[in-house]
Write a protein that binds this ligand. Structure first.
Ligand SMILES: [Zn+2]
Ligand SMILES: [Zn+2]
Length: 358
């Protein structure tokens, strides 16, 4: 008989994700996550969905029962509080704003939406919540750019599939994700500051971000996301970086994708560009918008508020595409001639066509 509670009721690590916690619990019992949790919760599909992003109440209730944690404690392992703080009433088809996509297919992960800091993992942090947020590109504590793939084989981390009972192991090659790895080129100080600002908007580490709040124009997180979307156009991005004196974009970064679907190197560049564009407000913003030839049309259908919305309203409106449609069907007069006398119709029509070509 299966006991009502787990034998080893672990405490979550600070800021740990639900998926990471459930994996650690299974490993502590010497089992594989999907086998272990199927034993306790046979009717619940845990690993074919993104349980950190959105989890049914039944899973939360079951987790409370077996772990001994309270409902607020379990809810706090998910990204629900951050989502609520960042974007209110947003409906963007196919994405959860600011939450990186895992691209779950059966139990596999096809997107690189689970970032990690190898140094934090080596210290036993588990996978933490901020690593799933799309504006987070680096670990402030270890001053390094995060990884979003195994440094040995390039697979996205999926610890729930690990045959080795270790959270830091790669499911595909069994190498350690926590192995020392070179850090990518450091984004600018203003990019780090923008990351701190948005983390504070998400309700994470608010006290440390206070110093950065005044450095950027007031606006909601949704407005900042709109700026990332607009700059995500490869031509605008390249022109804007040139106008701001930033290094050019490397090969392969000229892709048009949603923020939540981009890999970490691309997002780091995007955040660096937006951070530079917003510093020295509003002068750099005006020059950047003008030199990258932005118009209001770039922001059509994007949410804007505060002083950013007022600045965008000053941009040229942009050309409206006007389409003149000519009927492809012959006019009614032609149809009448066709009915009356087919031979004459063909001849006259051919002549009319030839005339229109010359
Ligand atoms: Zn770290
Ligand atoms: Zn690997």
């Amino acid at each position: 008989m299966i006991p009502a509670r787990w034998a080893f009721r672990l405490r979550p690590r600070p800021e740990e994700l639900l998926s990471s916690y459930l994996c650690r619990v299974a490993f502590a019992h010497g089992s594989q996550p999907y086998r272990f949790h199927r034993l306790y919760w046979p009717r619940m599909e845990l690993w074919t969905r993104d349980i950190d992003r959105g989890v049914p109440l039944a899973v939360l209730a079951a987790a409370c029962k077996t772990s001994g944690l309270s409902l607020p404690e379990v809810t706090d392992l998910t990204l629900a509080p951050e989502q609520a703080a960042l974007v209110k009433n947003a409906s963007i088809p196919g994405v959860t704003p600011f939450v990186l996509s895992l691209g779950i297919y059966h139990r596999a992960r096809q997107h690189h939406g689970q970032q990690f800091c190898p140094d934090c993992l080596a210290e036993g942090s588990g996978f933490i919540k901020r690593w799933r947020l799309a504006f987070v590109f680096g670990c402030e504590r270890h001053r390094r750019v995060l990884l979003d793939a195994c440094p040995h084989c390039g697979a996205p981390p999926a610890p729930h599939r690990n045959l080795i009972p270790r959270l830091e192991a790669c499911e595909r090659c069994h190498g350690l994700l926590s192995a020392p790895a070179e850090t990518a080129a450091q984004p600018s100080a203003s990019a780090w500051a923008l990351q701190r600002l948005l983390l504070s908007a998400a309700g994470v580490r608010a006290s440390e971000a206070r110093q950065d709040v005044d450095a950027y124009p007031q606006g909601s997180a949704a407005t900042y996301r709109s700026l990332f979307s607009a700059v995500g156009d490869p031509r605008i991005h390249a022109r804007l970086r040139a106008s701001l004196g930033l290094p050019g974009l490397p090969e392969g970064s000229l892709e048009r994708r949603r923020l939540e679907h981009r890999r970490v190197e691309q997002r780091a560049l995007l955040i660096e560009t937006v951070a530079a564009w917003l510093s020295n407000w509003p002068e750099a913003f005006r020059v950047g918008a003008q030199e990258s030839r932005m118009t209001q049309r770039v922001f059509a259908r994007l949410h804007l508020d505060g002083v950013v919305a007022a600045e965008i309203a000053r941009l040229p409106s942009g050309q409206q595409r006007t389409r003149v449609t000519r009927s492809a069907r012959p006019a009614a007069a032609w149809q009448r001639r066709k009915r009356e006398k087919l031979e004459a119709y063909r001849e006259r029509r051919a002549r009319a066509l030839l005339k229109s070509l010359t």
